[in-house]
Structures are given as C-alpha cells and as structure tokens.
Design a protein around this ligand. Sequence first.
Ligand SMILES: *Cc1c(COP(=O)(O)O)cnc(C)c1O
Length: 243
Amino acid sequence: MNTDCSLAVAERLEAVRARIAAAARRAGRSPEEVTLVGITKGVPVERIRAAVDAGLVELGENRIQEWLPKIAAVGPAARWHFVGHLQTNKVRYLARGVKVLHSLDRPRLLSVLEDRWESWCEGLRQQGCERDPVCLLQLNVAGEDTKYGLSPEKLDVFLGKLVSSGCKVRVRGLMTIAPYTTDPESVRPVFARLRRLRDDARLRYPELGFDDLSMGMSGDFEVAVEEGATLVRIGTAIFGPRQ
Ligand SMILES: *Cc1c(COP(=O)(O)O)cnc(C)c1O
C-alpha cells in the first residue's frame, strides 16, 4: 500500500471537510446538516480504502459495472450511494447495497423501481440495514441537452402522481448537476433554484418528507452548501485526478 497516497487522501479529505464546515457557517448553517459523499468512479481501491480509514463513510458510484467489484473490495464500513444514469435492466443491482439513489431522472425508472421496491428493501435488510432506501429526483435545472433529469416544469405533475398513486418508492428530495464552470459563483442561481423547488415541493406535499438537496461537486460545493445542500458529491477534490 502506498502510504504517500493514503496521506494525501486523508489530508485532502480533511481540507474538504473544513471547507464544507466554513461554507455552512457562512450561511448560518450547522456543518452537520451536510453529508459528504465521496464519489469513487475511476478511483483505485487503495485510495478509497485510505479515505474510509480516515473516516469517510458515504461513498458514491455512477456506473453499476464499476461499483459491483468495489463493494467487497472496500468492505462493510462504506454506505453506498448511486449517482449515475441507471438503465432499467440494472435496477436489480441496487439491492446489493445502495442506500440512496440520487438519479431518479425519468418516470419510466420510477415504475421499474416500484416493481422492484420490495426486493431492494429486502436486499438491504439481509445486509443488516434496518432502514429502507431512499431516492432523490434528478432535475436538469439549466436545461442542458447533455444532462439527464426531469425538467423543473414537470416536477409538480410528477410529485402529484407519486402522491396520489400511493407509490411505495420513497422520494425524499432533489438532485442536480450544475453546468461545468471554472467560476462557481456563476452556478449559484442553479443551486438557489433547486432549493426553491425543494421548498415549494415540501409545502405542497408535506407527507413526502421532501428534505434533501444533493448538489455540489469538487468545483462548486462551497456555493452549493451556502445555498442549502444537504448532500455534496465530491470526487477529485478528495481522491485526486481520476484514472
Ligand atoms: C463524477 C461525479 C461527481 C463528482 O465529480 P468531481 O468533480 O470529481 O467532484 C459528482 N456527481 C456525479 C453525478 C458524478 O458523476
């Protein structure tokens, strides 16, 4: 094991945590309101283990094929999130241990999740997890052609159907990927808009417990935390460049 690399990961993790805490305080929030999810795509297993050894619990992947071999390699200390576009024929793999799906991005995926909901819950229970999984609805706030996600205009109809149909799938908030930028201030309006959409949805559908906001990546997480993120998804700022 390369100790230089472990040290670098532990130091970067510490620096990211400090920046999240400072951003939270600037916005009058408690740092504990923000969950750090380390995004491990393209990261060698030794580096992931170094981060877990340094106290990182929540990990996220965006491809099922890349995630499956990491489950055993990283070990039981990790709590896995899935953050990528999910093909319906891969939904069954969520039962191997995904606790939070950030990327519910289309009605068709919701209906497949509903069909497989019990087996997902059962899969987690067999791993000793008492809580049912949760999903976040991915919105394409900036309307980019290259990004997945529901358009914000469709949110209200989507949630109205979810509630009135008695759907079992637990949808607990919103997720977005902001446009790529070298100036994080330029994406502040995207995050502010996601937060307002979450606030409106919470008022209209209090029964959902629609509390979470997954927003912010390596290049823009401080702005996202200032705008109310409850989950930040950070890869390169913790693990270094991807392979
Ligand atoms: C890769 C990825 C991230 C992390 O990206 P970084 O810029 O490395 O922090 C976050 N969210 C999603 C959905 C991703 O695919």
